[in-house]
Design a protein around this ligand. Structure first.
Ligand code: C2E
Ligand code: MG
Ligand code: MG
Length: 556
């Protein structure tokens, strides 16, 4: 709008009617007066006649002055217009381009895409909109500083510019996100495949900035208005194309980064479902939709119940009862896993206070929570608040935690054990923990993953892996739990292999708090503890945690 107004003003300046009128009138008057004044003046100079009328001479001189004035005004105006045109050009360029890389910015990219799309529609060509997002670029900034980050972005844009065909339009959409749009023959999508595939080696190659070595990878999403099966192009506007490319890029990120995907309509449904999940999880946290279920843990030799593993369930009003494998990864990604876990533990501590004091409670902890340096203090505070004795609690962590900062994990485990909480390694055998880690990390227990236990269902009821893990546990003096015991055959096989604890569907499916309470009531294993015990100083004193520990925890 502003640009339109200023162009209009410039146009008016160019057609400055007043100046033009004065100049034209001056010229006409000059022609008219000089026609009579000049011959008279010449005759008078030659001495053959009277001098010209003084008024006419004055009028002529005034005319000359007006013509000079008009001409100067005209020069000034054209200079001014020229300057303003230049300034406007600079302002337009600044508004349309990214100052760091000189590429188009997001706003002008939409317009440029629209223009290219219209031109291509006329020519019967399709366009591909390619969205490029650098992977883990935040780390580049964090590790090397923002000035190196900026230079990396400039280098990437330069490499892209050199690699792309002449008719491609390149933009930096913001942060570490680039995009280009390029025409192609509608049913030759493989050409775009080749072009994009080549970018991973060329654009993503190592960048050396005076000793700072930066390796970047990219996740790429592509959308097109040609479907690749026919010569026809769909009518997709620039905004839709950008949105589709964005969804495909997100898919590339989700599938492990450093790859590309073409947009497919199913991706949009997936994304919508995921957004609904995200919203549902946030709302569910506020309305208390997440509840603990419990799976029995048994001493295999005696058949006695020794405790329960708490397993999260989501009572979603839209989706019904949802399993943790669906919502835990999303809760981790959107940063609410800590809150979710604390809510569940709080409920579980209250439930478990009603159980026989001999029964233990195991809870699963996400690797994301272990990255929180305050995790053990938060846990301690929760134990104090619900007056739950730490020695009844077992934390289960998976092997994937051991990829993280191993020293941090070590100090976390030590700190938990110092409070009296036990720590076990869950799903053992499915990850990559080294024997060295196993020897040096102070775990209290190994849990053999159910995928190995199920091998015991084979005709000879043997599994070399299960055998090996039990021997390893014996060697390291770590007790072992077998999970996924589904039938008697597996149970008998395990019993013959050593002193184990076990759990699985053979003993029943995970149950909610009231079902567990009923089970324990029948077995005479309920205590008289009230369900909710608010943290008061007197209950802290009477609980299993010492006063010093309670004071420490209350600082957080
Ligand atoms: P996990 O800790 O290894 O839990 C055992 C899983 O195996 C549970 O699945 C359980 O229902 C299932 N299971 C138990 N017995 C059998 C059996 O005999 N056969 C078979 N095929 N499966 C059996 P669930 O409840 O779906 O939990 C899946 C995973 O989700 C858990 O694996 C755990 O890693 C994670 N999880 C559960 N609750 C939480 C939580 O509160 N926080 C975190 N971070 N993760 C959780
Ligand atoms: Mg577990
Ligand atoms: Mg497990």
């Amino acid at each position: 709008m502003a640009k339109y107004e200023s162009t209009e003003r410039l146009g008016k300046a160019e057609r400055d009617v007043v100046t033009l009128g004065i100049a034209v009138a001056a010229i006409i008057l000059f022609v008219a007066t000089s026609g009579s004044v000049l011959p008279q003046a010449i005759r008078s100079i030659l001495g053959s006649g009277r001098g010209p009328d003084v008024i006419l001479v004055n009028a002529l001189l005034l005319n000359i002055a007006l013509i000079i004035f008009g001409w100067r005004r005209y020069r000034e105006l054209t200079d001014e217009i020229h300057e303003r045109r230049k300034a406007e050009e600079v302002a337009r360029r600044l508004a349309e381009t990214d100052p760091l890389t000189g590429c188009l910015n997001r706003r002008s990219m939409a317009r440029a895409t629209e223009q290219l799309r219209n031109a291509c529609l006329d020519r019967g060509e399709a366009i591909a909109f390619v969205m490029i997002d650098l992977d883990n670029f935040k780390q580049v900034n964090d590790m090397n500083g923002h000035s190196v980050g900026d230079r990396v972005l400039s280098e990437i844009s330069e490499r892209l510019r050199n690699r792309l065909p002449k008719d491609a339009i390149l933009a930096r959409l913001g942060g570490d996100e680039f995009a280009y749009v390029v025409p192609f023959v509608p049913n030759r999508m493989e050409l775009i495949d080749q072009q994009v595939a080549s970018l991973f080696d060329t654009v993503g190659a190592t960048i050396n900035l005076n000793g700072a070595i930066v390796d970047t990878t990219m996740s790429i999403g592509i959308a097109t208005d040609g479907d690749g099966r026919s010569d026809e192009c769909e009518m997709l506007d620039a905004e839709t194309l950008m949105h589709h490319a964005d969804i495909a890029m997100y898919q590339a990120k989700k599938q492990g980064k450093n790859r590309y995907f073409w947009f497919e309509p199913t991706m949009e449904n997936e994304l919508r479902f995921r957004n609904e999940l995200e919203r549902g999880i946030r709302r569910g946290l506020e309305t208390g939709e997440f509840v603990p279920y419990y799976e029995q843990q048994i001493d295999l030799a005696s058949g006695d119940l020794v405790g329960f593993e708490m397993l999260a369930r989501w009572h979603s009003p839209e989706l019904g009862l949802v399993n943790p494998e669906i919502f835990i990864p999303v809760a981790e990604e959107i940063g609410v896993i800590g809150t979710l876990s604390e809510q569940l533990m709080a409920r579980a501590f209250q439930d478990a206070r009603q159980w026989d004091a001999e029964l233990t409670l195991s809870v699963n902890i996400s690797p994301v929570q272990l990255r929180d340096p305050w995790f053990s203090q938060k846990l301690l505070k929760l134990l104090v608040k619900h007056n739950f004795p730490p020695h009844r609690l077992e934390i289960e962590i998976t092997e994937s935690c051991l990829h993280e900062n191993i020293e941090m994990v070590r100090s976390m485990i030590s700190s938990l054990r110092n409070q009296g909480v036990r720590v076990s390694l869950d799903d053992f055998g499915t990850g990559y923990s080294s024997l060295e880690q196993l020897r040096s990390l102070p775990f209290d227990r190994l849990k053999i993953d159910k995928s190995f236990i199920s091998e015991l269902r084979n005709a000879d009821a043997s599994s070399k892996i299960v055998d090996a893990i039990i021997s390893l546990g014996n060697g390291l003096q770590m007790p072992v739990t077998a999970e996924g015991i589904e039938d008697e055959k597996i149970l008998e096989a395990l019993k013959s292999m050593g002193q184990l604890k076990g759990q699985g569907y053979f003993y029943g499916r995970p149950e909610d708090a009231s079902q567990v309470k009923e089970r324990l009531r029948k077995a005479g294993k309920l205590t008289d503890q009230p369900p909710t015990v608010p943290a008061t100083s007197s209950s802290e004193k009477s609980g299993g945690i010492g006063e010093t520990t309670a004071r420490q925890a209350n600082r957080f």
